[in-house]
Design a binder for this molecule. Structure first.
Ligand SMILES: Nc1ncnc2c1ncn2[C@@H]1O[C@H](COP(=O)(O)OP(=O)(O)OP(=O)(O)O)[C@@H](O)[C@H]1O
Ligand SMILES: [Mg+2]
Length: 350
């Protein structure tokens, strides 16, 4: 970061809450210089998309007014079905040439009109094909322009300055992957799974380099809805019951419903990871880092370990990070702070 440049605040627009974080890094290590969150009403953000721009914009204004975030310069995250991430093979080009022609190069590879999309990419490597042509593997990101502009407009109408827009799973990886944290990662591929309220993101990386992203429109709220529907409870009552269960309170009927819904989550996550290893012939996934509020769902971690036959750990984005938050608050926010932290660290992106 340039000396004197305004620090960036990461803004995570989640289904259940808005979260803002500012991470500052110095030779002494990283510090969570500011963090704040505010709940969002049901329906404001659905399937990772902003449905009610006014409600979200007002909530952002309130969050900035009542918390000392230290900057109005924001990087906002998004993950929904109007973004696609694909690994594609393209004829070899220098990075600059590819940047200049990305819309044209990408057109055949994404299921949306190229003139209505924003593109980004990451060159993964090069190879020679059977015809002897020099080719390259590229991780291509395409997002519907209209949807991206919706996020930008909402943040701007709250009086903030949008410095960047990023894919939430990239941000999470920046905050929690061992490589990004300066630690030594394991061999093979690692899956980073963020189970939210309505969206579950899966990012597979090898040595810190993203190879695969899948955005699933499922999450912890599916469990709450099933409890509410089947036990004839309000959503608030069902949510409270779900939290009690994950604290160890027993209730046989509720336990069965949660177990069934958690199995659905596990199967969906497993399906995506299988797709990467079999259809895309990716490396074996040898570890999983789990984050997001939904990661606390009763039995999820254990069932994922069994289903994937892999070590699964809860991510610890605050480990080794200086913060003024009390240890009690740290424990509460640790599962949900990764995205906002990673967005704030946007300048460290590859
Ligand atoms: N202790 C807990 N036990 C069980 N579930 C929990 C617990 N804490 C949070 N959750 C669930 O986690 C979900 C919220 O997760 P999170 O805050 O990561 O989502 P979000 O970022 O708001 O939404 P999304 O990322 O899906 O847009 C909710 O479904 C909530 O019920
Ligand atoms: Mg989230």
């Amino acid at each position: 970061m340039q000396i004197g440049a305004a620090p960036l605040v990461g803004l995570d627009v989640g289904t259940s809450a808005l979260r803002a974080a500012r991470v500052s890094s110095s030779r002494g290590g990283s510090q969570l210089a500011a963090f704040a969150q505010i709940p969002l009403p049901v329906g404001a953000v659905v399937d990772g998309q902003i449905q009610d721009h006014e409600v979200v914009s007002d909530a952002i204004s309130r969050l900035w007014k009542r918390s000392k975030l230290g900057s109005d310069k924001v990087v906002v995250g998004l993950a929904n079905h109007r973004v696609v991430v694909r690994q594609v093979e393209l004829p070899y080009l220098e990075e600059k040439e590819l940047r200049d022609s990305i819309r044209f190069q990408a057109a055949d590879h994404v299921p949306m009109p190229a003139d209505e999309a924003e593109f980004d990419f990451d060159i993964l490597g090069e190879f020679t094909n059977d015809d002897g042509d020099r080719m390259m593997n590229v991780l291509l990101v395409a997002a519907a322009t209209e949807m991206v502009e919706g996020f930008v407009d909402t943040v701007q109408s709250a009086g903030l300055d949008v410095a960047g827009v990023d894919l939430s799973p990239f941000a999470v990886a920046r905050a929690i992957s061992p490589e990004a944290r300066g630690e030594v990662g394991g061999a093979g591929a690692q899956a980073i799974v963020d189970v939210g309220a309505g969206v579950t993101d899966i990012l597979i990386h090898v040595g810190g380099e993203p190879r695969f992203v899948r955005i699933l429109l499922i999450g912890g709220d599916g469990i709450t809805s099933a409890l509410a529907r089947e036990l004839d409870l309000s959503l608030e009552q069902a949510e409270a019951l779900k939290f009690d269960l994950s604290k160890g309170v027993s209730d046989a009927d509720a336990y069965d419903i949660v177990a069934r819904e958690v199995d659905v989550l596990v199967e969906e996550i497993r399906g995506s990871i299988d797709y990467y290893t079999t259809r895309e012939k990716g490396e074996e996934v040898s570890s999983v880092l789990l984050t997001g509020g939904g990661s606390l769902s009763q039995g999820l971690l254990q069932k994922l370990e069994l289903g994937l036959q892999t070590k699964v750990e809860l991510a610890a984005p605050l480990a080794g990070v200086r913060t003024k938050l009390t240890s009690e608050i740290q424990k509460q926010v640790e599962p949900v702070v990764g995205t906002a932290m990673g967005l704030s660290m946007w300048e460290a992106r590859r």
